[in-house]
Design a protein around this ligand. Structure first.
Ligand code: 5AD
Ligand code: SF4
Length: 454
């Protein structure tokens, strides 16, 4: 495409050459972020051109999240902004809100022309043709699929770390969660295609890959080889040529000891596990239909603590699930003290459409949830200060992910997924994307600071 001397000229060039412009904004988890990378690649391969703002775009895509109420509201807020001044543009809602709300979106936001859930992304090229030929209410909403969204066109945003989806959907039914309704049943990719893509990424210059799945460790190779998740981890670590392989998110029920053994044996596998517990109370875990008790969860923590490599452990906590008592909250606080997580993500329970927990009595008032969350986060903050202080004096291998102009510090990421900001005195060399050794000199609750030693 020719670059014109002014915006207007560029637009004329676009119309002459028939190139359609699109803008995409993504909300939600890494799965969504990577889905968007694949959607962008698909659109580019169809001859569309990406632009950085919705104002410049003919097609506006929102890839949405509905995990909590606030996340869901964001897309309607965005769409509202274009209710009056969106003439001439085509709006598309993708992702979890699309799947959850379906055709209701056309009622709420009549300027939307395409609603498509993640299980239908393979059909995007056809759906785009329908849009191009004047379709007004085009949908891709079937969850009845055995396919995964595999494309050679993914347009990855991060130049160093690549996402790689190995399993889509979710077969669990946690009482609070929309994901089984928005992403459909579990579908694993073949082990061979995962290893091939990981190799390809290494050849392209990526050094780190993050394997993705809602329940990444429920992975089961559908080909005759039949690898389980630990086997896949070993294969990717040994055969890809990558320097770092991480994965998220693991479900405790399917978290077997062999996964810890694989990490312990192979330094390519990063020593970090995100293992959402949600609550420290077995009574609440049962009400949440999490399929494990506190004791069973703690067994998995013990496997990790017994490993030779120091495995960082992070988690998700929900406070204020219906029926949660002060005693249940105490159990969660006690679990934090026992596990001593490296980081946690804390959430207030949010009522979600279709989910079993909607029908439960004894909903907790909003202010009370806020109070409980503050207590949990405060307790964890104190733990993180102590945990991180133990790193002062150690030397950590860091992938350099950025540079902070304001502080003059490089931003590094350790294998344990900790942020380590560091100085590299006496060298103006660009080290972005490289691996360096950094001595930790200071520690805060959320990051480490240090000095490069090479
Ligand atoms: N309310 C609050 N938090 C939720 N999560 C999932 N569903 C809900 C909900 N309805 C949290 C869980 C999950 C993380 C991704 O989001 O902690 O692990
Ligand atoms: Fe949000 Fe869950 Fe959908 Fe990810 S899978 S975008 S977290 S609702």
């Amino acid at each position: 495409m020719m670059r014109g001397p002014s915006g207007a000229l560029v637009l004329i060039t676009l119309q002459w050459s028939g190139v359609k412009t699109f803008y995409i904004e993504t909300f939600g988890c890494q799965m969504n972020a990577h889905d968007s990378e694949k959607v962008v690649g698909t659109l580019l391969s169809q001859g569309y051109q990406q632009v950085p703002t919705p104002d410049e775009a003919e097609l506006v895509f929102y890839n949405t999240c509905s995990i909590r109420d606030k996340a869901e509201q964001k897309v309607f807020h965005r769409l509202d902004q274009f209710k009056r001044n969106g003439k001439g543009k085509t709006f598309a809602v993708l992702g979890c809100v699309a799947q959850q709300e379906g055709e209701k979106i056309f009622e709420k936001a009549p300027h939307v022309s395409l609603v498509c859930g993640s299980a239908s992304y393979n059909k995007l090229p056809e759906l785009l043709v329908q849009l191009e030929t004047g379709g007004r209410r085009v949908t891709g909403l079937s969850l009845d699929t055995e396919d995964t969204f595999e494309t050679p066109f993914a347009r990855r945003d991060n130049p160093h770390r690549a996402y790689l989806t190995i399993i889509e959907g979710c077969d669990k039914s946690c009482a609070y969660c929309v994901v089984p309704f928005t992403r459909g049943p579990e579908r694993s990719r073949t082990g061979e295609s995962v290893v091939a893509e990981a190799r390809e990424l290494a050849k392209m210059g990526y050094t780190e890959v993050q394997l993705l799945g809602q329940n990444v460790n429920s992975y089961r190779d559908p080909s005759p080889a039949g690898w389980d998740f630990a086997a896949l981890l070993r294969q990717v670590a040994e055969k890809s040529g990558l320097r770092r392989v991480r994965f998220t998110t693991s479900h405790p029920r399917d978290f077997v000891k062999d996964i810890v053994d694989a990490i312990d044996e192979n330094p390519v596998l990063c020593n970090h596990v995100h293992l959402p517990v949600q609550s420290g109370s077995t009574r609440i875990l049962d009400a949440m239909q999490r399929l494990y008790t506190r004791e069973e969860y703690m067994k998995r923590i013990e496997w990790m603590k017994a490993a030779t490599r120091p495995i960082a452990i992070t988690t998700d906590i929900i406070v204020g699930f219906p029926g949660e008592t002060e005693e249940d909250l105490e159990a969660t606080l006690d679990l934090l003290a026992q596990v001593r997580y490296d980081a946690i993500f804390g959430f207030k329970y949010s009522r979600r459409p279709n989910t079993p927990a909607l029908a439960l009595d004894d909903q907790i008032p909003e202010e009370e949830k806020t109070r409980r969350l503050a207590i949990v986060l405060e307790k964890q903050r104190a733990i993180q200060i102590e945990q991180n202080a133990a790193y002062v004096g150690t030397i950590e291998d860091c992938l350099v992910e950025g540079f902070n102009k304001a502080t003059g510090q490089w931003i590094g990421r350790t294998s344990q997924h900790k942020t380590l900001n560091f100085l590299r005195p006496g060298s103006g060399q660009d080290i972005l994307g490289q691996y360096v050794d950094v001595r930790v000199t200071r520690a805060g609750p959320n990051s480490l600071a240090g000095e490069c030693v090479n």
